[in-house]
Design a binder for this molecule. Structure first.
Ligand code: SF4
Length: 195
């Protein structure tokens, strides 16, 4: 019977745990029963699993999402050992993907604003935030736009605004954003995939 690398790793973990427990010579029946309820490995084994791709960069590492059949919620995300690109490994960003799910109660859900020189965060709504960003971009561009550099060469640029892109957006959105940034004269345009 041909087994996948994922299945092999799963079986190895189960066999290894059993050998370690029995070698202690202790009756751990009750403890084992309780652990079986809680053990994440067991939950993963019985979960509905689906494969997907990390959203963060163009490497495109493969992931396995485990969904609890009872709650319908994701409870684990890990690298896919059968994926030809990453073979189960993930960088720190990909390994932290579970933190983006609703299981992370500390994830960012609302706009928090800290006024200049203040040490307090204030909750704001999205309309307020978008207007504030637009105002600051417009004012900064009006003030700092340069048509020529020190050598009198035509540059038409603004160097005091930067744009930092996200891998959570698609190709078309990336294209639209870079065109909009360049139309405003931005030269500092970067993407988090380079970090
Ligand atoms: S961010 Fe990391 S885990 Fe995600 S695709 Fe890129 S290298 Fe892979």
């Amino acid at each position: 019977m041909k087994i996948s690398r994922r299945r092999f790793l799963s079986m190895s973990g189960a066999i290894g745990s059993g050998v370690a427990l029995s070698s202690l010579g202790l009756d751990l029946t009750a403890l084992k029963a309780h652990a079986a309820e809680l053990n994440k490995t067991d939950r993963i084994r019985t979960a509905r699993q689906s494969t997907t791709i990390c959203c963060y960069c163009s490497v495109g590492c493969g992931l396995i999402c485990s969904v609890d059949k009872l709650t319908g919620k994701i409870f684990n995300i890990e690298g896919d050992p059968d994926h030809p690109i990453n073979e189960g490994s993930l960088c720190a960003k990909g390994a932290g993907l579970f933190g983006l799910t609703e299981a992370n109660e500390h994830r960012l859900r609302k706009v928090l604003y800290r006024a200049p020189k203040s040490d307090k965060w204030e909750e704001k709504d999205w309309d307020w935030s978008l207007k504030r960003i637009a105002r600051l971009v417009k004012d900064t561009r009006d003030k700092d736009f340069q048509t020529h550099n020190a050598k009198n060469e035509l540059v038409n640029r603004v160097e005091t605004i930067g744009h930092y892109g996200s891998s959570n957006i698609g190709n078309e959105e990336c294209w639209t954003l870079s065109v909009a940034c360049r139309a405003m004269g931005l030269v500092y345009i970067d993407h988090q995939a380079r970090v």
